[in-house]
Design a protein around this ligand. Structure first.
Ligand code: GLY
Length: 568
């Protein structure tokens, strides 16, 4: 049905516009088309919830908040109440773009070296899978703040679909059934988690079976009834903190009571005449997207060709320089003087460009020192929403690893994050994503860990043009960079931009990762430039919408099974 809709719209559009079509019979991939509103998320049920809210008269923020709460039910690996994230909002009425920072905060009991054992090594279990792994969650505060400032509906109204999904259940998708099998060793460690997501000690949910989450429904109802204070001091906080105390956890009621989400200015930049708004620190995403775009803006990438060796070489050199800077300069700006203006200035980009040899790759060891390990994790989720009035939401939020710490706080149905591992547990050494962090990102009570999440909105002549973002840990920033380059430089439609083969380099390890499908000849030319190339599993799961000539064009990344974009 959605394809028929899409085809009707595309013909109408092509007849009405004689300028270069956004897609045509020559396009290999076609976006979904809508006119009044569009929602792109990593789960069909959540996308349907967002669309229901838009059709009921809600704006993009109402829909986004309803999606945020619903994903906590249907996408437990990353959707959350027990994590945190970032939301970018373009408010049509005031024409203002704002960023909501609802990143988790290090609890008062945390300290710089708390995850180091007697030999000074990072204790991975304590850091990632214990009651000491979570930072104080920000999602409930962030969603409530966005709704209060930019929404039109009540918290009760936008929570209703999530409550229904938790109480009445929803059909387990193949993807969820599969990931619960894959993660069982970790998730069964917590009896609370096992009781929700498994059928006894050995049983599993199969695709198509209904999963109900009564404790999570209780938590969502508490928030609907009492507002965010239910979570930040009320009945939910009491249950979480009782479980924390019983299990030698860090968080206390005081941490919850002190938590505040913030509204801040976005990180702004420009590329090819477009204005880019993205997430400022404590995310590194906005700073480095803009830094890399500044470096690349001076090269004729379009003439060099999409995913040609010459273009990929320049992208990789820019990525290495940016990730090296990330390791030294980025942290929570409330605790560290982040030189974001310098890093995103065009003068600095000019200096960095001088270090780039167009024929031979610069070894990472010549850019800066460090010997991290390489480890990957698939987590985090992004959703994008646009409404008929031109309001836009770009939201990325996370539990950090898939299912966070794997621990559900007793009686709440809420999975707790393991975001403390996004701090530099041992400054100078690599974190779980192979990213090196410095003193800028050392643990301190009250501080927010550095993130790579990069919710982004692009403006053309001051009108919203493109909204995008992705999960993928350290690969988030380079994934978003490629969506932007594919659309803004290589003139792809959003579906082509999404489907195109992705590459990634993060300075260390000194390896150019590519998805399968990169032309063999291109690889040979890159090796001649001394790049070390390795295949990597699919990178990212972008949710992208473009607004052009009064129509909405959307694409949900096919790299994750359940991602769905719908427009009307
Ligand atoms: N936990 C992944 C990130 O914040 O970038």
């Amino acid at each position: 049905m959605k394809h028929i809709f899409s085809i009707i719209f595309s013909f109408a559009f092509l007849l009405a516009h004689s300028q270069t079509p956004i897609y045509s019979s020559q396009s290999r991939h076609h976006p979904i088309v809508g006119k009044n509103g569009m929602v792109a998320t990593q789960h069909p049920e959540a996308t349907k919830v967002g669309l229901e809210i838009l059709k009921a008269g809600g704006n993009a923020v109402d829909a986004a908040v309803a999606v945020g709460f619903s994903l906590a039910v249907v996408l437990p690996r990353a959707g959350n109440l027990g994590g945190g994230g970032f939301m970018l909002v373009y408010d049509r009425e005031t024409k203002a773009t704002k960023a909501v920072n609802y990143r988790e905060i290090a609890p008062k009991k945390s300290s710089r070296d708390m995850y180091l054992d007697k030999e000074g090594k990072v204790d991975g279990k304590l850091l990632n899978s214990s009651y000491q792994a979570p930072g104080t969650p920000g999602t409930v505060a962030g969603m409530a703040l966005a709704l209060e400032k930019y929404g039109t509906m009540s918290l009760k109204e936008v929570l209703a679909p999530a409550i229904r999904l938790a109480e009445e259940g929803f059909p387990v998708t193949y993807d969820l059934a599969n990931i619960l099998r894959l993660y069982q060793r970790r998730l069964r460690l917590s009896p609370n988690t096992e009781a929700i997501f498994y059928k006894g000690k050995d049983g599993f949910y199969e695709a198509g079976e209904i999963l109900k989450q009564p404790d999570l429904a209780w938590s969502l109802k508490q928030i609907a009834e009492h507002g965010p204070k239910a979570f930040y001091g009320g009945a939910i906080a009491e249950k979480i903190c009782a479980d924390m105390e019983k299990n030698n956890g860090l968080m206390t009621i005081e941490d919850f009571e002190n938590y505040e989400a913030q509204i801040v200015e976005p990180q702004w930049g420009s590329f090819n005449g477009y204005k880019i708004a993205s997430m400022p620190p404590p995310s590194s995403g906005g700073v480095h997207i803009i830094q890399m775009l500044n470096i690349l803006d001076a090269y004729p990438l379009k003439d060099l060709g999409h995913n040609s060796a010459a273009t990929i070489h320049l992208m990789v050199e820019a990525m290495k320089l940016a990730y090296a800077d990330r390791s030294k300069h980025l942290g929570d700006p409330g605790f560290w003087n982040v030189p974001d203006k310098g890093l995103t200035s065009t003068e600095y980009a000019d200096q960095l460009r001088e270090k780039i040899d167009r024929q031979v790759t610069t070894p990472s060891s010549d850019i800066a020192p460090g010997k991290p390990q390489d480890y990957e994790s698939e987590e985090t989720t992004h959703f994008s929403v646009m409404d008929a009035d031109g309001n836009v939401v770009s939201n990325t939020y996370t539990l950090n690893f898939s299912f966070g710490s794997g621990i559900v706080a007793a009686g709440t149905g809420i999975l707790l994050n393991n975001e403390m591992s996004d701090f530099a547990a041992k400054p100078g050494e690599a974190d779980a994503y192979g990213l090196i962090g410095g003193e800028a990102n050392a643990i301190k009570p009250g501080k927010r860990p550095l993130s790579s999440m990069t919710p982004t909105i692009v403006f053309k002549e001051d009108q919203p043009y493109l909204v995008t973002g992705s999960p993928g840990g350290s690969r988030i920033i380079t994934t978003v960079l490629q969506i932007l380059l594919n659309v803004l430089e290589h003139d792809m439609n959003v579906a082509e931009a999404t489907h195109a083969v992705r590459i990634h380099h993060q300075w260390y390890p000194d390896v150019l990762f590519t998805e399968r499908g990169l032309n063999h000849d291109t690889q040979t030319l890159l090796r001649a430039r001394q790049h070390t190339i390795k295949y990597r599993s699919a990178m990212g799961s972008t949710q992208t919408i473009m607004l052009r000539d009064g129509l909405l064009f959307g694409s949900s990344d096919p790299r994750r099974p359940d991602a769905t974009v719908l427009g009307y």
